[in-house]
Write a protein that binds this ligand. Structure first.
Ligand code: FAD
Length: 260
């Protein structure tokens, strides 16, 4: 097993932000990810499963455990029935973890079953859709860190006009989201009945910049990295947004992005 040391995580996240992982391993299959987890457990080291790093803010200080990169690109499924997922970066495993969604659909509608490795029992289990306890940008996998997603079966099948529809969805995203900048997608979940982006915009925060990171002028729920941005500055912007939205609308925004 080729475990690398002191790997800079910048290039493994779509935010292009993050310090070094003390240990880093790319797992190509089920056996390799299980071996890597065992390696970390053996050494009493924490470990973290990294998919495409597209919903993630990695600390500038990095991670003192083992980062295991693993997963299958979600894009492979766009023409197999997940046309709504076009333009969502990352892996299908990461998409299941956060119940990723767009255009009124989410992984909840698509998943048939999930093959899971339980690090507590060292056993492989099959979770049916309802066992995944999907809800808005949430699943059992977010709440139970012992569950590692190995593979995913989807129940949707290719649709006749999938290619055209995916093109339309992608155009919509290009027109409304700052896709030419490094980011982690939407920073906050939409609170019930409201749009996080709209609330942030109405606080006058579009374009607010700290260091080399900025609240996008195109879509206020995106924080973009202008180049060499720091996680600490993203966190400062997040704090400002939460405080201002709370003050103006009495609404608590919660982060959609995950932190390492
Ligand atoms: C430009 C852009 C557009 C986006 N648009 C959307 C959108 O329309 N809709 C949407 O929902 N999201 C969107 N996102 C966010 C992101 O792409 C999704 O949340 C994506 O599904 C994350 O997958 P990932 O593989 O990158 O996960 P990562 O960011 O690598 O990881 C996210 C979390 O999942 C966990 N995880 C990953 N793999 C596993 C595994 N095998 N087992 C257990 N846990 C695991 C990680 O530990 C981490 O906590 C967008 C992001 C960007 C940058």
């Amino acid at each position: 097993m080729e475990i690398k040391r002191n790997v800079v995580l910048v290039k493994y996240t779509t935010f292009h932000i993050g310090g070094k992982a003390k240990y880093f391993f790319v797992a190509k299959n089920k056996d390799e990810i299980i071996k890597a987890i065992e390696w970390a457990k053996d050494k009493n080291l924490p470990f973290f499963i990294l998919g495409g790093g597209s919903n993630l803010l990695v600390s500038d200080k990095g991670y003192r455990g083992l980062v295991i990169k693993f997963g299958e690109p979600l894009s492979l499924y766009v023409l197999k029935g997940l046309d709504w997922a076009v333009g969502i970066p990352g892996t299908i495993q990461g998409a299941v973890y956060g119940n990723a969604g767009a255009f009124g659909k989410s992984m909840k509608d698509a998943v048939k079953s999930v093959e899971v490795f339980d690090i507590k029992t060292n056993k492989i289990k099959i979770f049916k859709n309802k066992d995944c306890k999907f809800s808005y940008r949430d699943s059992i996998f977010k709440r139970n860190k012992n569950l590692i997603i190995i593979s995913v079966k989807i129940k949707t099948s290719p649709k006749a006009n999938a290619f055209r529809r995916a093109g339309e969805y992608l155009n919509y995203k290009k027109n409304t989201q700052p896709l030419n900048f490094a980011s982690a997608g939407s920073v906050f979940k939409n609170p019930p009945g409201a749009s996080a982006g709209e609330l942030i915009e109405r606080c006058g925060l579009k374009g607010k910049k700290i260091g080399n990171v900025k609240i996008s002028e195109k879509h206020a729920n995106f924080i973009v990295n202008l180049g060499g941005g720091k996680a600490r500055d993203v966190k400062k912007l997040i704090k400002i947004i939460k405080t201002r939205v709370k003050k103006k609308f009495k609404i608590d925004l919660t982060e959609e992005i995950q932190f390492l």
